[in-house]
Design a protein around this ligand. Structure first.
Ligand SMILES: [Ca+2]
Ligand SMILES: [Ca+2]
Length: 299
């Protein structure tokens, strides 16, 4: 120890100290000293890289992520400011500008609804607007031709356009009667103390329901599926099976009105309850002879 002179190399001491190599080393000649310095330098470099590289990698990754998000944000903003007017142009057929914004405001608050006919009632329910009230019309029961559906003909504000008296055109519209041969089916609440609607003419109303977009008439049901609102229920009715005229099935309100003073047996358009005949129609749940019910639902 005494023969060897321990010296600190002032030039490399700080670097070695920074790497934790604070132990003095012997000056044993240029060759040995060079190897020590070289080994220390390499080891120091590896340690520095091992410590710094993960930090550098994390920093670069964060920067890349932020750049990517910024790029996406700019692209989204550019799309929003350019695509919307183009879409609106196609939908509205208008040029970009102030009028555009007015149309767009209207489109954002649409008023929508649905329409159905309430057969057998002269007014719609409390949740619907009565567009008009009328009477049921259709072709004559004994005619082969003519229309095959039922119409709700308004009783007020009937308008004509160049009419000619007399019959020249050979297509006809008749009024329609209830042809119910026994009482007890319909609720009599709205029939003014009459127990059977037989031979009375059939009223109708055309109803608008706001905020709904669909309606459906379901035969053989008196209630609506979950999520649907019932407008009314009743009995399915149509024309007599062997009459020349065959009409569509309609759902007549189960608590119907009768056209006042219309009990005369005219026998022009005629509505009958519809009974099940099972066979091809499954005999369970459908039972031969039962009168079919119906319900009208909206959503
Ligand atoms: Ca009749
Ligand atoms: Ca029956």
């Amino acid at each position: 120890m005494s023969s060897e002179k321990l010296v600190m190399d002032q030039g490399f001491a700080p670097a070695l100290a920074g790497l934790g190599l604070t132990r003095p080393y012997k000056r044993q000649g240029g060759r040995r000293t060079g190897l020590v310095l070289l080994a220390g330098g390499c080891l120091g470099g590896v340690l520095v890289c091992a410590v710094l590289m993960p930090l550098v990698y994390v920093t670069i990754s964060d920067m890349q992520l932020e750049m990517s998000e910024l790029k996406n944000l700019m692209q989204t903003s550019r799309t929003a400011t350019t695509a919307s007017p183009g879409t609106e142009d196609r939908e509205n057929g208008t040029a970009a500008g102030g009028a555009h914004r007015e149309r767009r405001q209207v489109d954002l608050t649409p008023e929508f609804g649905d329409v159905y006919v309430r057969w057998g009632r002269e007014q719609c329910g409390e949740n619907a607007e009565t567009i008009y009230a009328g009477v049921v019309g259709g072709g004559h029961y004994s005619h082969h031709g003519g229309g095959n559906d039922h119409q709700c003909l308004p009783m007020e504000d009937v308008e004509w356009n160049k009419p000619t008296g007399g019959h020249q055109h050979n297509s006809y519209m008749y009024g329609t009667e209830y042809e119910v041969n026994s009482d007890g089916y319909f609720t009599t609440d709205n029939m003014n103390s009459i127990t059977n609607p037989y031979n009375y003419n059939v009223p109708c109303s055309v109803c608008h329901v706001a905020g709904r977009s669909s309606h459906v008439m379901i035969p053989a049901r008196l209630s609506c599926p979950q999520g649907w609102s019932m407008e009314y229920s009743g009995y399915l009715m149509s024309s007599y099976y062997s009459h020349q005229s065959n009409k569509n099935f309609i759902c007549v309100d189960g608590a119907p009105n009768l056209v006042p003073g219309s009990s005369t047996d005219q026998n022009e358009g005629r509505l009958y309850l519809v009974e099940v005949v099972c066979g091809s129609l499954p005999c369970g749940p459908y039972i031969s002879g039962y009168e079919l019910t119906c319900v009208v639902c909206t959503k």
